[in-house]
Design a protein around this ligand. Structure first.
Ligand code: MG
Length: 362
């Protein structure tokens, strides 16, 4: 099963509602789709979204990295020699993790198709379903409350509130939403690096003092400020999760050696795909630290790859793959089957994706 060619396409999917965080505002997913064709007639599917505010990548950079560096490096390689393919893929260019992730997942799709097994079984097969939380974009407190109540009615059991623009108002956001949704709903906060260190400590302590019962706070401070993250963790009772601080397995090791985070949020687009995500889960498991599997604004192609990984690994105990629910359309046939808030995987080999409609040539 040798890689014969890599084809790049564009996919555009509108969002049901504008997505707003402390870092960016987005109205549609505009992603690069990767199709890897093999000499024996198989096609593997992959996808990368441009998330320049987080990974520094644009569609142009993703496509150039694949076309000019990754494709020449892996063409002709046999996907059943996974380690050799990954050596070429991960080392042909520095950085460009989303571009690498798109190719990595297509390689795993092909490898497990060749074996006739679903990807999650190959990766560990711990479960065949995962439950996602739902993100509430950062808006005025009243609007966020209405969105939270609506999510509650749809059957979600965990909300992820985007905060981090105005600490005073953030406390008000959490207070209103906790009052509106009741005690049983899990509430996670994601500040997307929006707070200063002391501000984060003050704000989280205030939320604790008000008894608002927050499950975790994601990325309270700047991505590269590991010391600041540790200071926040050491000065609050609430669980702190690293997201933008964690790209590589090396980041995971450093964060855990420093005891700077209680939980890790793994995203395929930050770490370069499933191969490196598995290295992060191994480190986390060694330290006894649980992981979340998150995503960017992605379509069901790469979300299915993430769902397979999350289902496969015991140490991945939280799932934030709600992009599938935030998008207004689903052009992907096959992949996971969605019954909100659950995503189910079946026994189809590989990712189980059979077709993607509406892709444009680039
Ligand atoms: Mg986050």
């Amino acid at each position: 099963m040798k890689i014969e060619s890599i084809q790049l396409k564009h996919i555009s999917i509108p969002l049901k509602k504008t997505f707003k965080t402390a870092l960016r505002t987005v109205d549609s997913a505009e992603d690069t789709v990767v199709l890897i064709h093999t000499d024996d007639g198989y096609t593997g599917f992959g996808e990368a979204p441009p998330t320049k505010a987080i990974t520094g990548e644009t569609n142009e950079s993703i496509r150039a990295a694949i076309r000019d560096y990754i494709a020449p490096a892996v063409t002709g390689a046999d996907v059943t020699n996974l380690e050799a393919v990954q050596e070429k893929l991960q080392n042909c260019i520095e950085g460009n993790f989303s571009a690498k992730a798109a190719v990595d997942m297509a390689v795993y799709d092909l490898l497990t198709k060749s074996m006739g097994v679903p990807l999650y079984k190959y990766l560990g097969g711990y479960r065949n379903k995962v439950e996602t939380d739902i993100t509430i974009s950062i808006n005025e407190p009243e609007e966020m409350e209405a969105d939270a109540v609506s999510a509650c009615r749809k059957g979600f059991s965990a909300l992820k509130l985007k905060v981090g623009i105005d600490a005073e108002k953030d406390v008000e956001r959490v207070r209103r939403i906790r009052n509106a949704v009741g005690d049983r709903m899990k509430i996670r906060l994601d500040a997307n690096q929006g707070w200063e260190v002391d501000e984060a400590i003050r704000t989280i302590r205030k939320i604790e003092d008000m008894g608002l019962d927050i499950e975790l706070v994601e990325q309270p401070v700047k991505a590269r400020d590991f010391e600041g993250m540790k200071k926040v963790k050491d000065n609050v009772n609430t669980v702190i999760m690293a997201d933008e601080s964690l790209f590589s397995p090396q980041d995971a090791l450093k964060l855990l050696q420093m005891q700077a985070a209680d939980l890790l949020n793994i995203k395929l687009m930050k770490c370069g795909g499933i191969y490196n995500a598995l290295r992060i889960t191994a480190i986390a498991e060694t330290y006894g630290v649980e992981c979340m599997l998150g995503s960017m604004l992605e379509s069901k192609i790469s979300l299915t790859a993430a769902a397979h990984l999350a289902a496969a690994k015991r140490i991945i105990t939280r799932v934030d793959l709600d992009a599938a629910i935030l998008l207004a359309e689903d052009p992907v046939s096959g992949g996971f089957h969605k019954e909100v808030p659950w995503f189910y995987l079946d026994e189809s080999p590989g990712l189980g994706i059979t077709d993607v409609i509406g892709m444009k040539d680039i």
